[in-house]
Ligand binder design. Structure first.
Ligand SMILES: [Ca+2]
Ligand SMILES: [Ca+2]
Ligand SMILES: [Ca+2]
Ligand SMILES: [Ca+2]
Length: 525
């Protein structure tokens, strides 16, 4: 990766997912102990590669922070909840790892467990869980209950009898990366099973990247609040569709709400004026039974940037209820096709497809066929490459957006969730933008330090900053005038006050005269 100076955003997904792919390797290099379970293992055995144990539960007492429990492929039949208690809290510097072994595919099947029993319950913090599938639980597939700063990566949750992955009891700052949650359904009422639910008494700062939720009987994402308020959830590059139905396409009734991204608040009266602030970027909602992007009763702030809604039956966007004092709704660079857009007058809008005389029809897209959305993920866990809602040559959605600091191709950001590599023919040239580059940091993931390379085609004012997931500046690595050519800076994982920051995903952003490029990096502790 050292030599691959790549121009944003062609490289955005690839480089990031490569980075995530390295996570397992890095875990191995951290020097913690390794233990193993296998479907044909035995809990009386020591938990080595050759003599694996059979269950996670029986392996926990082998583990201390920094250790890895590797899960061999195959099916694990479970009849009871696997609980990881808060006595297994890691620290920012020393995580616990629960991961599929190499490229194997372990499945935890709870189908024979009683109704009401969760599959996994994670009460602990600083765990990295990767590569597991969890199906058939009598309640949530995985509930993160109070645990924080966990990484859940490349996991799948399906056919559970309540929400696939739920975060509750103050769970905060968890990062859910490249996970799928589908066909979860809770008979007999079918009223509660969502794909991903940061809801009820969830904590703040939870982050979803590259996740998909489809075919859940209730909602794709649900941020309904009870017993908590004023929390923030961030979604980046997430897709949700076909919620509100059963897997055979039938409608299980009115309790099954069928929204894509349902952004919270309390019940219908919301007498407590509960707030769940949502920030959605590059997100896609289509063919849901009700709304694609749904305020529900949320009275907090919502930001939708470069989102796409298509064919959601009630509305693609419905955020019309007045917010609490001081809260805001921002919607920019977003697209609506085949569906209503119902935004209150208070919405702060810029360059959306329903503004400014832009017209949206099928010809704006390479494809409006949705059939590939549930394709298998790429080998590194990233979303499949699809044509759906990607912009076709000649579309007036190309380069019609507002610069919101996310980077783009061509002369301006496009509208919708997928930035095209096509440059509009009518827009004027931007010579500098065509030439400057920001490389993927290396190593990545990293600990404790990493290097960032960039290239300037001509001398320019340069500012290179590190941001957290909320976009808050942690430190300025460059802030001066620089000559043309290659440049390189390193970051030691500390903020401007010299404090070491927590592990997790961070942005680094290069601003030069003429444009901005942003990339992500993963600090692993
Ligand atoms: Ca419901
Ligand atoms: Ca719901
Ligand atoms: Ca058009
Ligand atoms: Ca563009």
């Amino acid at each position: 990766m050292h030599n691959s100076l790549l121009t944003f955003p062609f490289s955005k997904d690839n480089t990031r997912s490569k980075a995530l792919f390295l996570l397992l390797t890095v875990a191995m290099e951290l020097g913690g102990g390794q233990f193993f379970i296998a479907p044909d293992g035995n809990d009386a055995d020591p938990g080595t590669l050759l003599e694996p144990k059979a269950t996670v539960s029986a392996s926990l007492n082998l583990l201390t922070a920094g250790d890895t429990l590797l899960v061999r492929g195959g099916t694990y039949i479970n009849n009871s909840t696997v609980t990881i208690g808060s006595d297994y809290d890691g620290t920012d510097g020393l995580r616990y790892y629960l991961m599929a072994y190499e490229n194997e595919s372990p499945l935890f099947d709870f189908s024979t467990s009683n109704f009401g029993l969760r599959g996994f319950r994670l009460n602990a913090s600083y765990w990295s869980i990767k590569g597991l599938s969890i199906k058939g639980a009598g309640d949530n597939g995985l509930q993160i209950s109070g645990g924080s700063y966990n990484f859940i990566e490349n996991c799948a949750f399906f056919e559970n009898r309540d929400t696939g992955l739920q975060l509750s009891n103050g769970a905060a700052y968890n990062q859910i990366i490249n996970c799928d949650s589908y066909y979860n359904a809770d008979p007999p009422d079918y009223g509660d099973a969502d794909g991903f639910a940061p809801k009820l008494d969830v904590g703040t700062g939870n982050y979803f990247y590259g996740c998909r939720a489809w075919g859940n009987c209730d909602d794709g994402w649900d941020g309904y609040m009870r017993g908590a308020s004023d929390v923030t959830t961030i979604l980046d590059s997430c897709w949700t569709w076909g919620n509100g139905y059963l897997p055979d396409g039938s409608d299980p009734g009115s309790q099954a709400n069928g929204n894509g991204f349902k952004m919270g608040g309390g019940d219908n009266s919301n007498a407590d004026a509960l707030m769940h602030h949502f920030e959605l970027t590059n997100c896609l909602a289509f063919n849901n039974k009700a709304k694609g992007f749904d305020q529900n009763n949320n009275l907090g702030s919502m930001t939708l940037l470069n989102c796409s809604g298509y064919g959601n039956l009630t509305a693609n966007y419905r955020i019309s209820r007045e917010l609490n004092e001081g809260q805001f709704l921002r919607v920019k660079n977003s697209v609506s096709h085949f569906g209503e857009t119902q935004l209150g007058d208070f919405a702060l809008q810029e360059t959306n497809s329903w503004l400014n005389g832009i017209s949206v029809d099928d010809d704006d897209f390479i494809s409006i066929s949705t059939i590939h959305a549930d394709n298998p993920r790429q080998p590194d866990g990233s979303l499949p490459e699809i044509d759906f809602m990607h912009l076709a040559s000649g579309s007036d959605l190309i380069d019609s957006g507002t610069d919101i600091g996310l980077g783009y191709n061509g002369n301006a950001p496009d509208l919708g969730a997928f930035e095209s590599s096509i440059t509009s023919t009518y827009a004027k040239e931007d010579g500098l933008r065509a030439g400057f580059k920001l490389g993927q940091n290396y190593p990545n993931p990293f600990n404790p330090a990493t290097q960032i390379d960039y290239y300037l085609p001509e001398s320019s004012a340069v500012r290179l900053v590190v941001l957290d997931l909320r976009g808050r500046e942690l430190i300025r690595l460059s802030d001066n005038s620089q000559v043309a050519g290659h440049h390189s800076v390193s970051w030691d994982g500390k903020n401007s006050r010299g404090q070491t920051v927590a592990g997790g995903l961070y942005f680094y952003r290069l601003e030069v005269s003429g444009g901005i490029i942003t990339q992500k990096m993963l600090l692993l502790k």
